[in-house]
Design a protein around this ligand. Structure first.
Ligand SMILES: *Cc1c(COP(=O)(O)O)cnc(C)c1O
Length: 384
C-alpha cells in the first residue's frame, strides 16, 4: 500500500519513509557529512554536497510533503529562512498583502529586510476577502496568510482567498505553524505554498529551530529548491532527524493539546477576573464558522486579557506561573506563557500592535500536554 493512501495518523509515521538502504535502519541515520565519495566526476549515489541535499534532510522533506498532502518538501535552518526563500521568488517593484497581526519576526523580515530591496508589503485584516481584493493591484504577486493569527487567534478563510488568488494569478502562501496539518491542510484548500516553523508543533519538544516549505507544483518546487541551494539556509542532519522524530508523534500530541486547550479556554472564560479569552473554538468567536469548516479541531493556543489589568499586572501573572514556563515560542510538550507586547511582538510598533488588539495586558498561552488539572491549578494561583 502506497503511503499516499494512508490516513493522516499513519502518514506522520510512514509518509515518504522507508528503511535505510545500507543496513535497514528503521529510523534514517543522521548522515553527519558535508560531502560524498564519487567514483568518477559526477559518479555519485544522488548526493554530492550537503547544502544541495543530505539523506537525513531528504527523509524529513519527504515526510513534510506527505503530511501536508504536497509533492515536494524543503527543510530550512529556521522558519524565518523558509519565509526568506519565498520572498526571494519576488522582484523589486512587487507587492505582497499580509495580515495585520502577523508573527512579529515575519513582520520584521518583511519591513526591515525586504522593503530595502524594493518589495512593498501591505498589512490588513485578512478576515475580509473583499478587503484583500481591494488592495490588489497590477504589482501584487503574493498573498501571505497566517491562520490562526498570532496572538489574536483570528481565523482567515483559506479557501476563499485561494479562489481570489487563482482568479488574479497570485501566489498564496500559508504559514501553518499554529494549526499544523493535524488541524488544517492549506494545499487541499487551494494554497500554493505551506510554510512551517517546525521549531514549534512539528518538532514539538522545544529542542530545535527548523523551517519548512511544502508545495504541489513542480515548477514552483524547482524555483524554491534553487533558492534553498543558492542561499544555503538548509536544515542540518541532526535537526532533520529530531524533526522527523517529532513528526512521528504529532497526531497524539495534537490530540492532547486540543483537549487541554479546550478545557483551559472554558476555565478562563468562566473566571471572574478574566475580561476576554481568544480561542477559535468558542461559538461566539467572530470566525467560528470558518474555523469549523477549515480546521478539524481548535488547537492549544489561547490568548486572554485579565480584567482591568495593566502592563505590570500582566507581567505579574506570567511571573507567578509555576507549571507554565515564561518563554518565547510555542508548540512544545510543556506549557508556555508569553507576554506578546514585550516579547514576541515587541518588534511591532505599539500603535500598529494595538490596532490589531495586541494590548499591553494580553497574555498568550501555548497549552502543553501535561495533566490539565495541574495547568488549571497553576492558572488559578497566578491569576489569584
Ligand atoms: C516561530 C514562528 C515563525 C518563525 O520561525 P523560526 O523557526 O523561529 O524562525 C514564523 N511563523 C510563526 C507563526 C511562528 O510561530
Amino acid at each position: 500500500m502506497s503511503a499516499k493512501n494512508l490516513k493522516f495518523n499513519s502518514k506522520t509515521i510512514h509518509g515518504g519513509q522507508h528503511p535505510d538502504t545500507a543496513y535497514g535502519a528503521v529510523m534514517p541515520p543522521i548522515y553527519q557529512t558535508s560531502t560524498y565519495a564519487q567514483t568518477t566526476p559526477g559518479g555519485h549515489k544522488g548526493f554530492e554536497y550537503s547544502r544541495s541535499a543530505n539523506p537525513t534532510r531528504t527523509a524529513l522533506e519527504n515526510s513534510l510533503a506527505s503530511i501536508e498532502n504536497g509533492n515536494y518538501g524543503l527543510a530550512f535552518a529556521s522558519g524565518l529562512s523558509a519565509i526568506d526563500a519565498v520572498i526571494k521568488l519576488l522582484n523589486p517593484g512587487d507587492e505582497v498583502i499580509s495580515t495585520n497581526d502577523l508573527y512579529g519576526g515575519s513582520y520584521r523580515l518583511f519591513r526591515q529586510v525586504f522593503e530595502k530591496y524594493g518589495i512593498t508589503f501591505h498589512f490588513i485584516g485578512m478576515q475580509s476577502v473583499d478587503a484583500i481584493a481591494e488592495k490588489i493591484n497590477g504589482n501584487t504577486k503574493l498573498l501571505w496568510v497566517e491562520t490562526p493569527t498570532n496572538p489574536m487567534m483570528n481565523i482567515i478563510d483559506i479557501k476563499s482567498i485561494a479562489e481570489l488568488a487563482k482568479e488574479k494569478g497570485l501566489l498564496l502562501a500559508v504559514d501553518n505553524t499554529f494549526a499544523t496539518p493535524y488541524l488544517q491542510r492549506p494545499l487541499d484548500l487551494g494554497a500554493d505554498i505551506v510554510m512551517h516553523s517546525a521549531t514549534k508543533y512539528l518538532g514539538g519538544h522545544s529542542d530545535i529551530v527548523v523551517g519548512a516549505l511544502i508545495v504541489k507544483d513542480k515548477e514552483l518546487a524547482d524555483k524554491l529548491y534553487f533558492i534553498q541551494n543558492a542561499s544555503g539556509a538548509v536544515c542540518g542532519p541532526m535537526d532533520s532527524f529530531l524533526t522527523l522524530r517529532g513528526i512521528k508523534t504529532l497526531h497524539v500530541r495534537m490530540q492532547r493539546h486540543c483537549e487541554n486547550g479546550e478545557a483551559i479556554a472554558q476555565y478562563l472564560k468562566n473566571h471572574p477576573k478574566v475580561e476576554k479569552v481568544y480561542w477559535p473554538g468558542f461559538k461566539d468567536h467572530p470566525n467560528h464558522t470558518i474555523a469549523t469548516a477549515q480546521m478539524d479541531d481548535f488547537g492549544g493556543m489561547i490568548s486572554f486579557i485579565p480584567k482591568g489589568s495593566s502592563f505590570e499586572d500582566a507581567i505579574g501573572i506570567v511571573e507567578n506561573l509555576q507549571v507554565f514556563t515564561l518563554a518565547e515560542s510555542l508548540g512544545g510538550v510543556e506549557s508556555l506563557a508569553g507576554h506578546p507586547a514585550s516579547m514576541t511582538h515587541a518588534s511591532i510598533p505599539k500603535e500598529e500592535r494595538e490596532k490589531s488588539g495586541v494590548v499591553d495586558s494580553l497574555i498568550r498561552l501555548s497549552v502543553g500536554i501535561e495533566d490539565v488539572d495541574d495547568l488549571i491549578a497553576d492558572l488559578a494561583q497566578a491569576i489569584g
